[in-house]
Design a protein around this ligand. Structure first.
Ligand SMILES: [Zn+2]
Length: 511
């Protein structure tokens, strides 16, 4: 039996609601920033920049004064088109709908195979980078959409030069929506053209009367369609007005302000802490311990995108407050970009470097199965992709987990893994039909993959055999391989082997 490497669908939904200046300015900023080595300490870099810090009170400026230095909606569209023209080898652009006033909601996808669904070896991103940077939900918070253009251009300029940029482009499909609310940006208001707060417009688990999907605003419906069309793993929205990484739940059952943990509280704390500690000063503030907060513990909201994505999109989403001033002067943008650059890169890369990933296959003919994958003790299930059978599960590193796969009509299987720091684990499940031959108690083999070293370091786990020596484990694997060689018909094996081109270099173990 073959072990198939998984592919990672990662979606970066960067909803940034504001924009600052045009692409040319972004290029100038990037050219200046490129003088600093990638991966250098952002704090140290930040001190080199001349940041003009303003008080948190909002200045009494006219709309024209506020907009100075920021891209208009048409400037933003032009900047995106310039980007995909200049970087056509790693990008494409598509629209997910229109705003109330008919402005297209443009998305940039960045990948070495943009627009292609893939099932490539370990953590080669398949369709989507399921990490969402969600910003630009609120019209009067424009920093995020500027940063997304800077991020896109930085990735393009550093592809095959910087390891992190190369990792993201080759392993992830990064989808960025710079503005979810272009009408609100033009009006310099929080809500959309109907003055509806889009981050209160999603169906909510605690407000059943709010669950009519057709009653949503066009921008909200576009996001909901998008999340259902793509198989995003994670997401982040970019906001302004505070400096903190916020994680689910945003609302509480009691409707009171209290810490209300979701099933994946540990994983979300890990993701939020990764962002805040990679940031110039997010983790150093006095208002939020370590620069992170549970949403309901800060202030509960209902109808937010973050909770909806986690519940209905299978997507782990953070709400990132990236500037204390909602609409800062444009001359602060270079510093804000530099303060957030490593955080944004690390958050995307974390999808490749941690968690458990794999494929679900039938032992009968090798076809992929849309299995449910759950972690023992965590009340949350992810569904493997229908087309490629791959699944991606974000988990906090440094712990042991039991991964379970279930498909109707097949015998359920489970295996235990140790998720070490900065090292993802690949677990492929080969499912036997109910009533068919019982192979072993637990057959899945997982392969640890440190994507910093191009996956050449592998470890093989067999559930229940932790502590065995390598020789003993090798003998077990050899016996299992021999048994399967006898049990499986030549025809079946040939079918499975035909899928090898999808899987890349041989690094799985057949059982
Ligand atoms: Zn906001």
């Amino acid at each position: 039996m073959e072990f198939f490497s998984s592919s990672l669908y990662v979606l970066l939904l960067l909803f940034a609601v504001t924009s600052i200046r045009g692409y040319q300015l972004g290029r100038t900023v990037l050219a200046n920033l490129m003088r600093f080595p990638v991966g250098a300490c952002p704090r140290r870099l930040g001190r080199r920049l001349s940041l003009q810090i303003r008080p948190r009170w909002l200045p009494d400026l006219s709309i024209a004064e506020m907009a100075r230095g920021y891209m208009t909606n048409s400037d933003l569209e032009d900047a995106m088109k310039q980007f995909i023209t200049r970087c056509s080898h790693i990008s494409r652009m598509y629209s997910i709908g229109k705003s109330v006033n008919g402005v297209p909601l443009w998305v940039m996808e960045i990948s070495d195979k943009p627009g292609h669904r893939e099932a490539e070896p370990a953590f080669k991103v398949s369709t989507l980078l399921d990490l969402q940077f969600i910003g630009n939900v609120h019209g009067d918070e424009p920093v995020g959409r500027e940063l997304l253009l800077l991020l896109a251009n930085w990735l393009c300029d550093n592809y095959r030069k910087d390891p992190l940029a190369t990792l993201i482009i080759t392993k992830v499909h990064l989808h960025m929506l710079p503005t979810m609310n272009p009408d609100g940006f033009s009006l310099r208001v929080r809500g959309n053209a109907n003055y509806i707060d889009l981050n209160r417009d999603f169906p909510d688990q605690f407000l059943p009367m709010n669950n009519d999907e057709e009653a949503r605003q066009p921008e909200t419906k576009a996001i909901m369609r998008w999340l259902k069309e793509y198989h995003f793993t994670a997401s982040a929205s970019l906001h302004g007005g505070a400096l903190v990484a916020n994680y689910p739940w945003d609302g509480s059952q009691s409707k009171r302000r209290e810490y209300y943990a979701c099933p994946d509280d540990k994983a979300f704390q890990y993701m939020a802490s990764l962002y805040s500690h990679s940031h110039y000063n997010m983790s150093l503030g006095k208002e939020f311990h370590e620069g992170i907060t549970n949403g309901a513990a800060w202030y509960p909201i209902y109808g937010g995108m973050q909770d909806w994505n986690y519940i209905h999109g299978g997507c782990f989403e953070l709400t990132l407050e990236i500037s204390e001033v909602k609409w800062p002067d444009a001359n602060e943008l270079p510093a804000l970009w530099e303060y957030n650059r490593i955080s944004m890169l690390n958050l995307v890369a974390s999808l490749v470097k941690t968690g458990v990933h794999g494929r679900i296959l039938s032992s009968e003919d090798g076809r992929t199965l849309p299995a449910s994958v759950a972690i023992n003790g965590i009340n949350y299930t992810v569904i493997a992709d229908q087309a490629f059978g791959d699944y991606h599960r974000i988990l906090a590193p440094g712990e042991k987990y039991e991964v379970m796969a279930t498909v109707p009509g097949y015998q359920s299987k489970a295996t235990r893994i140790l998720l070490e720091d900065d090292e993802a684990v690949n677990v492929d499940f080969v499912m036997d039909p109910e009533g068919g031959p019982q192979t072993t108690k637990q057959l899945p083999v997982s392969i640890n993959c440190n994507c910093n070293c191009d996956c050449d370091k592998t470890k093989i786990y067999l559930a229940g055999l932790e502590g065995w020596t390598h020789v003993e484990m090798s003998l077990v694997v050899a016996v299992i391989l021999a048994c399967f060689g006898i049990l499986f018909k030549r025809k079946t094996l040939l079918k499975l082997l035909k899928q090898r081109p999808l899987l890349g270099p041989r690094r799985s173990v057949g059982v």
